[in-house]
Design a protein around this ligand. Structure first.
Ligand SMILES: Nc1nc2c(ncn2[C@@H]2O[C@H](COP(=O)(O)OP(=O)(O)OP(=O)(O)O)[C@@H](O)[C@H]2O)c(=O)[nH]1
Ligand SMILES: [Mg+2]
Length: 212
């Protein structure tokens, strides 16, 4: 699929081909922007803060705290040996798509001791991105269970880490037994285009799932 967005840090190019004339609704500046809330969830250290930071057009709010040896037994750093901090409340960022769709992004904390905050973080959200790392797929189970049980639309985004084996999205779907109607995609949370395509997929899926 041709990418619909630019890879620059600020401003997102219109979702139309260059030689395609803009439709009247696309140039109507009087339309009020639609604001939506999206949650970015997943296991510890899977790249939630990275995703929010990569796409945000404002300076993202981050609540990182240094990790100490006290967490060594609970937080496995084998997959991310350079990781020094963890999110202790939430990440917050904003991205405007197509001039009038504003996504407010809320990244969850990954450590299990902060899961009690999820009920507050998801309130009012239209959907969630559940991030997964193929080296530790089971870490995303709690997030999958959570969104399945509360009925919030979600997509699964496999954050591909350098050096890890690359799998097809369909292999990941099978491994996690994700139903056919839920999008599963391979992405890179450090690449703006890739992260925005994940968000667009979630918005499309949430629209499909939400009754008029
Ligand atoms: N190679 C690679 N590294 C990544 C990618 N995404 C994140 N990282 C790195 O992986 C580490 C974890 O990233 P974070 O964004 O802090 O993960 P998180 O899910 O917010 O972590 P917690 O809030 O502690 O649960 C950081 O050191 C990132 O630089 C990726 O796509 N590829
Ligand atoms: Mg984080």
């Amino acid at each position: 699929m041709d990418s619909a967005v630019s890879d620059v840090a600020h401003g997102v190019s219109p979702l139309v081909e260059e030689d395609e004339p803009a439709l009247p609704w696309q140039t109507d500046r009087t339309r009020a922007p639609i604001a939506t809330k999206i949650v970015v969830a997943g296991g510890f250290g899977v790249g939630k803060t990275t995703l929010v930071t990569t796409v945000s057009e404002i300076t993202p709010l981050r609540t990182e705290a240094l990790m100490t040896e006290a967490s060594a037994d609970t937080d496995d750093l084998t997959a991310t040996p350079d990781k020094l901090t963890t999110t202790v409340a939430m990440d917050f960022g904003r991205i405007t798509l197509d001039d009038d769709l504003v996504l407010y992004l809320f990244g969850t904390p990954g450590q299990q001791r902060f899961w009690f905050m999820w009920d507050d973080l998801v309130r009012g959200a239209i959907g969630a991105v559940v991030m997964a790392d193929t080296r530790r797929l089971k870490d995303c189970w709690p997030a999958l269970d959570y969104f399945e049980s509360c009925g919030l639309p979600y997509v699964v985004a496999v954050n591909h880490f350098d050096g890890s084996e690359q799998f097809d999205a369909e292999d990941v779907r099978e491994a996690l037994t994700i139903p056919a109607h839920i999008p599963v995609m391979i992405m890179d949370a450090r690449r703006r285009i890739s992260a925005i395509e994940t968000l667009l997929s979630l918005v499309g899926h949430a629209l499909d799932e939400t009754p008029e």
